[in-house]
Design a protein around this ligand. Sequence first.
Ligand SMILES: Cc1ncc(C[n+]2csc(CCOP(=O)(O)OP(=O)(O)O)c2C)c(N)n1
Ligand SMILES: [Mg+2]
Length: 560
Amino acid sequence: MTSDKKNISLLADIFVKHGLANIVISPGSRNAPIIISFANNPKITTFTIVDERSAAFFALGMALQTRKTTAIACTSGSAALNYASAISEAYYQKIPLLILTADRPQHLIDVGDGQTIRQNEVFKNYVKKSYALPGNIDTEGEYKKCQSTINKALNDCNFPQAGPIHINIPFDEPLYNPSRESINGVAEILNFKLETSFNDINLIASEINRVQKTMIIVGQMPLNKELNLVLNKLSDFQNIVVLSETTSNLHGEKLIDTIDNVVSGFAHDEKEGFKPVVLISLGGQITSKMVKKFLRAFKPDKHFHLSPSGENMDTYFCLTKTVSCDETEFLKLVFNKLNPVSSKYSSSWQNRKRKVDLKRNEYLDRIQYSDFKVLDTILKKLPEQIILHLGNSTPVRYSQLFGSKKGIVYNSNRGVSGIDGQVSTAAGYSFYSDKLNILITGDLGFFYDSNGLMNNYLKPTLKIIIINNSGGGIFRFIPGPDTTPNLEEFFVAKHNWKAEFICKAFDLGYLKATNQNEVEQVLDKFFLVKSETQVLEIFTPSDKNALILREYFKVVSKNI
Ligand SMILES: Cc1ncc(C[n+]2csc(CCOP(=O)(O)OP(=O)(O)O)c2C)c(N)n1
Ligand SMILES: [Mg+2]
């Protein structure tokens, strides 16, 4: 069974022929043809989530985990606008999301009809492309045009690099009529291969061979074992240092994966010595504000950015050239052209890292119960082979101080760093994942997206840890807010909220801890329970956290 609206029936048919299977639909009337065409197609798995903002983040998490385009569909009006924050995250994190918004026919826009806004291209600033389907496809010409628009849109979701695509679809009434005959579309699947330029390979290899100090910095990336291998091999060169973050999903003995620890310890007069001459960057957002500040102040002579889509990401305001390439293939070919260069550059970074990481451990052994101590305890007790979702604000930033652990896949909405979709994203990611999925979120991030629990798809392998420090603790730490009279009320948004009854409302397991002993006791139990989705709320002393973290950065930079 499908809808009698041929445009959407054709889309559902071609969606399947592109090898796609998942769609998250929010209830409504104008999108009834989408519900009928997708929910009754045995080859499509259709999820229903009421809150469109949460539905879009759920789909984003699912697309991230399946590495396949996931669709979302909603009715007309403000429903569509609720997709915006997840769409912007998908855009900057390069995640394939197909956005289907049902709309009124053009003649019903701005004439006082209910639930009607100007939806065409409504997301144009943060989608790769916006399309609109014709309302009717009765002629051969209209049919062909609709089919080619659908194929273009589905291919655009992944080539040359993944991202969100919007299709706005007008439906006239009646909306609920089924049709027994399905439309048989033709899928045109692009077979896209990124060309690697040998000139660029030679250029970059000769630059590296020419200088004593090359830095490779890796932003957010999905797990990629081949990339991890070639970067580890590159980190063996004396003149190359490889900087990564937990969200880079890389692991290796010589990778500098605690960037903030190392850079925060640089005395002003030694920064010139640690700066690179040649900088190569790849991947998405860099979380460390410190390294951005360092490289913007101590600019390399040359900066090359590797990007499949050829985007000009001039993060350090000294970009020399963007190289369109598959980063892994490209670095492998560069590696084959490198000569050993005698240099102290890599060892100077390695030595510094060893020293500051030691200081970190000494400091952690003697501090009192606090966010920092709790994160240390959680990270030490994490089971192996898990998916770790890191909330924005302090959870993802604390993780950078500890470095990456082998066997853990790290996710975080670092595309635009919003705190508005963390629970929904983890829920969507964990749906098809066969691993334990653990989300570490701040309290405001949890309460903001507690609607992420408002669906019937929560897996028992999803565990949520809330670090409840009674507000936006980050604002007590960063310079600025505490110089104003508005810190606690308008920056931290101080509160006394607790998650217990939200968990009861959604029938989830709930545990809490209020001191170090309780945290240590409850964690082992928490990670072992596989029978239900659980929330562990850890209450920390809001007045101590910032002092302890500020003191930490003083300690790691003293007498180093
Ligand atoms: C959607 C959205 N609104 C506002 C912000 C600004 N912001 C950044 S961090 C933060 C506080 C987050 O508090 P919490 O989740 O408790 O984490 P904590 O700072 O305590 O670690 C806010 C409001 C944001 N990043 N995203
Ligand atoms: Mg907080």
